[in-house]
Design a protein around this ligand. Structure first.
Ligand code: DX5
Ligand code: ZN
Length: 473
C-alpha cells in the first residue's frame, strides 16, 4: 500500500523539482494507494507547492452548439477523474477557454490561467497550452501516452497544419468571474480524415530515443515525462518534413529522428545467469566490451566475480574485457586481472590509494587505465589525470548492485567532462554505468557518454544482440 510520502518520493525519483511547472495528464491511477486519487492529488499539490501544477480540464466533449454556455465554476471536465477532482480543490484556478481550459495551482496559478482569457482556436500558441513551452514546463503523462494530447494538438495548430480546425466558428458564451457573460467564437478541432489525435502515440518512441521523453512510475502507473519546449520543437520539425504525419497510424519513419550515435556498449555480466556463463557471454557477442564488476564486500556491500571468472570469460569471447574494480585495495588486483586478460581496468577515485601510482601500475601491465567515480564524487577530481586515462567511468547508480534506476543528475558530470576534453583536445572515453536502458540511452549519449554499461536491460531481453545493435544506433 502506497501513501502520500511514497508518491512524493516517486516524484523526486523522476527528477522533478518542487519549483517546476508541471502539466499533468492522467488516466486512471494504478496501484494500491491509501486514499486513492485524493492522496495522489495531495502528493502532487504539496510536492509542487513552490512551482506550478497544471491539469488539462477540457470540455470539448460537452460544449457544442446546443450546450454553448461555459461556466468554469460549474462545467465538469472530460479530461478524466484526477483533473475533475483537482478542479474542486481550494486554491485552484481554471482558465476561460471554452473547450480547452486548464486548471492550475501554485503561486503563479492566477496569472497563468489569464492567458486563455481571450483565446480563440482550441490551443493557440498564446493560450495556456502554448505557454507551457515558454514556461519550460515538464509534462507528466500518468498511465497514458500522448494519444489525444492537447499539447500535440497545439503543436499542429502552431505549425499551421491544414485541415486541423473546423472551417466555421462556434459561437459560445463564457461566464466571467463577476457572473456576467461574454460572447466568444472558437474553432473546434476537426480533420476531414478523422480524429488525428488517435495517432499522436507514434511520437513516444522517437521522443524517448531523442532523450526528450523519459519513463517513470507514479503509484504503479507507467509515466512519461516530456520536456514541453523540446517536444514542441521536435514535433514541429517532424511536421515540416511531413505535414500529414498524424493523418495515418503508421510509425514515424526512423530517418526523421535517428541520431548518429557513436556510443559503444559494455555489457555487464553482473545480471547474467552465471550457471550458463558460456551461453550468456555468446548471447551478447555484439558488445564492444564485457563489463566485469569486481566487488570485495568492503568497498561496496556485495561480493561478485573474481579472477577465475574474468579469465574464463576471456577464454570464451573475443570481446575485450572492461574490469570495474569496486575494491578497497585495487593495487593488489591490477596484475592478476591484467594477466586474466583485462583490456581496461577502472579503479575508484574514492579508495585510499595513490591514484597516480595505480595508473602507473596499469600502464606497466599494458592495461587501458580508467578512473571510476561514485555518484557523489565531483568529476573535476579526475582532471589532473585525464591525459593518462583511456576512460572515466561515471557511476549513474550507487555501486554495489545491478538493476537500479539511472540517477539522471550524474549525467551532468558527463557534460562537464565532455567540455573539458574538448577544451584540451583529449580523446578519453566517457563511460556511464548503472540503470542504462534502451529508453534512456538517447539521453545518456546526448550528454556526452561514449561507452555505456548495460546489464539488467540487456539480459532481460530475448534477443540481446538485437538490443545492443539498436542501442549502438
Ligand atoms: C553496479 C555495477 C554496474 C551494474 C550495472 O555497481 O557497477 O556495472 O552491473 O547494471 P545495470 O545495467 O543493471 O544497472
Ligand atoms: Zn560496473
Amino acid at each position: 500500500m502506497l501513501n502520500k510520502e511514497d508518491l512524493k518520493r516517486q516524484l523526486a525519483e523522476m527528477n522533478f523539482f518542487p519549483w517546476d511547472t508541471v502539466f499533468v495528464t492522467a488516466d486512471t491511477l494504478k496501484g494500491d494507494i491509501e486514499g486513492g486519487s485524493e492522496t495522489a492529488l495531495d502528493a502532487l499539490c504539496e510536492y509542487f507547492n513552490d512551482g506550478l501544477l497544471v491539469f488539462p480540464t477540457h470540455t470539448w466533449k460537452t460544449i457544442n452548439a446546443d450546450h454553448y454556455l461555459y461556466d468554469p465554476e460549474k462545467e465538469d471536465t472530460c479530461s478524466g477523474l484526477l483533473p475533475s477532482l483537482f478542479l474542486r480543490r481550494e486554491g485552484v484556478y481554471r482558465s476561460l477557454h471554452p473547450t480547452y481550459s486548464v486548471a492550475a495551482a501554485g503561486k503563479k496559478a492566477a496569472e497563468f490561467v489569464k492567458n486563455d482569457d481571450d483565446a480563440q482556436t482550441p490551443c493557440p500558441k498564446t493560450g495556456c497550452i502554448g505557454k507551457l513551452v515558454t514556461e519550460h514546463a515538464k509534462m507528466l503523462f500518468i498511465g497514458c501516452g500522448l494519444k489525444g494530447s492537447a499539447f500535440i494538438h497545439g503543436t499542429e495548430e502552431w505549425a499551421e497544419i491544414p485541415d486541423r480546425l473546423s472551417p466555421d466558428f462556434l459561437p459560445v458564451k463564457v461566464v466571467l468571474p463577476d457572473g456576467t457573460c461574454e460572447d466568444r467564437n472558437i474553432k473546434r478541432h476537426y480533420s476531414s480524415v478523422g480524429d488525428v489525435s488517435e495517432n499522436y502515440g507514434k511520437l513516444e518512441e522517437p521522443l524517448l530515443s531523442k532523450g526528450i521523453a523519459r519513463k517513470g512510475v507514479f503509484g504503479e502507473s507507467e509515466c512519461l515525462i516530456i520536456d514541453a519546449e523540446r517536444c514542441a520543437a521536435f514535433v514541429s520539425k517532424l511536421l515540416q518534413a511531413d505535414p500529414s504525419l498524424f493523418s495515418s497510424a503508421g510509425p514515424v519513419p526512423e530517418e526523421y529522428y535517428s541520431v548518429k550515435k557513436t556510443i559503444k556498449i559494455s555489457t555487464s555480466l553482473l545480471s547474467c545467469n552465471a550457471a550458463r556463463l558460456e551461453d550468456e557471454v555468446s548471447s551478447v557477442s555484439h558488445s564492444d566490451y564485457m563489463h566485469i564488476d569486481v566487488m570485495d564486500g568492503h568497498f561496496v556491500p556485495n561480493i561478485t566475480f573474481g579472477i577465475p571468472i574474468a579469465s574464463a570469460v576471456h577464454r570464451i569471447t573475443e570481446v575485450p574485457l572492461d574490469v570495474h574494480l569496486m575494491v578497497s585495495e585495487p593495487s593488489k588486483f591490477i596484475e592478476p586481472f591484467a594477466k586474466a586478460g583485462a583490456e581496461m581496468i577502472s579503479v575508484h577515485y574514492e579508495v585510499d590509494e595513490d591514484i597516480s601510482k595505480l595508473i602507473t601500475l596499469m600502464e606497466s601491465f599494458h592495461v587501458r587505465p580508467a578512473i571510476a567515480l561514485k555518484p557523489k564524487t565531483p568529476v573535476e577530481v579526475v582532471y589532473p589525470y585525464l591525459s593518462r586515462l583511456a576512460a572515466v567511468l561515471i557511476m549513474t547508480v550507487e555501486p554495489g548492485f545491478g538493476g537500479q534506476s539511472l540517477i539522471e543528475g550524474c549525467l551532468e558530470k558527463a557534460r562537464k567532462l565532455r567540455a573539458e576534453l574538448r577544451r584540451r583536445a583529449l580523446r578519453v572515453d566517457i563511460e556511464a554505468d548503472g540503470g542504462i536502458t534502451a529508453s534512456n540511452i538517447g539521453l545518456v549519449s546526448s550528454s556526452g557518454v561514449t561507452l555505456a554499461v548495460m546489464g539488467t536491460s540487456v539480459f532481460r531481453e530475448k534477443d540481446r544482440n538485437a538490443l545492443i545493435d539498436r542501442c549502438k544506433g
